[in-house]
Design a protein around this ligand. Structure first.
Ligand SMILES: [Zn+2]
Length: 247
């Protein structure tokens, strides 16, 4: 048995047996984990409000060799995001972020970049000036950190760079753009404007702060978010429960 300490973001909880809960956590040092919180349903005192989704805290847990789940011992709340929790729209957005993490991250694989990304965007969502372009920046950076980002900047087939004048389509299954010259080899292609593809590339290659401070036309955000949504659904082979609330 090993007692471990780390920082964690609560993603989701599920009632388990009579009195326990299974908690999905994104930890800083041990990646995505599911843990057993014993008596969490019975004793409010033990974990306080610390097991609510969108809470960040310091945790201690026991890793046992033959148990399915490590045992969560306590959580010391660091940020409880009260503004997110009191606004339905923010709850939907944060739930969508959490659902993406759960759907994409393998169990037990450390990824500090993703932890910091999720914390950064929860901090941003807690403030008042949140808009949909912020969610687009999150989606692209998240997919990029997961290594499943579409190739936005060039044609998948002839490798020619996309510019504003290029006619392109998005091949969801191949994960990238196909230019007009290569369109004769059909496949499952959906229309996308070159501006939307170039926006995807811009967000992918630039620092988060730079993308966030760039003014992006609303219709371009909607167009690219719609394509990203199709890409995510195709990759996961299912749609996310929360994605329809965030568009
Ligand atoms: Zn081409």
């Amino acid at each position: 048995m090993k007692l471990r300490k780390t920082k964690a973001i609560v993603l989701d909880t599920l009632d388990y047996l009579e009195t326990d809960k299974i908690v999905s956590l994104l930890t800083l040092d041990f990646g995505f984990k599911k843990m057993l919180a014993k008596s969490a349903k019975k004793s409010i005192k033990r974990f306080g409000g610390g097991l609510e989704p969108f809470t960040i805290g310091s945790i201690e847990f026991l890793e046992k060799e033959f148990s399915a789940f490590p045992s969560l011992k306590y959580i010391d709340i660091d940020k409880n995001y009260s503004k997110i929790k009191s606004c339905l729209e923010k709850i939907y957005t944060a739930s969508y972020i959490n659902e993406l993490v759960i759907a994409f991250l393998p169990i037990n694989e450390q990824n500090k970049n993703i932890f910091k990304l999720v914390e950064f965007f929860l901090d941003l969502l807690e403030k008042d000036n949140w808009n949909n372009s912020h969610l687009l920046v999150f989606e692209i950076k998240f997919l990029s950190f997961c290594g499943v980002i579409p190739r936005f900047g060039l044609c998948l087939r002839c490798k020619e760079k996309i510019n504003k004048e290029t006619t392109i389509k998005f091949s969801i299954s191949e994960g990238g753009m196909v230019c007009g010259k290569c369109l004769k080899y059909q496949g499952n292609l959906i229309p996308i404007s070159a501006r939307a593809a170039l926006l995807g590339k811009y967000i992918k290659v630039n620092k988060i702060e730079k993308s966030l401070s760039t003014e992006i036309p609303e219709e371009l955000v909607s167009e690219l978010r719609e394509k990203i949504k199709l890409f995510i659904e195709d990759y996961l082979g299912q749609s996310l429960k929360t994605s329809r609330f965030t568009t």
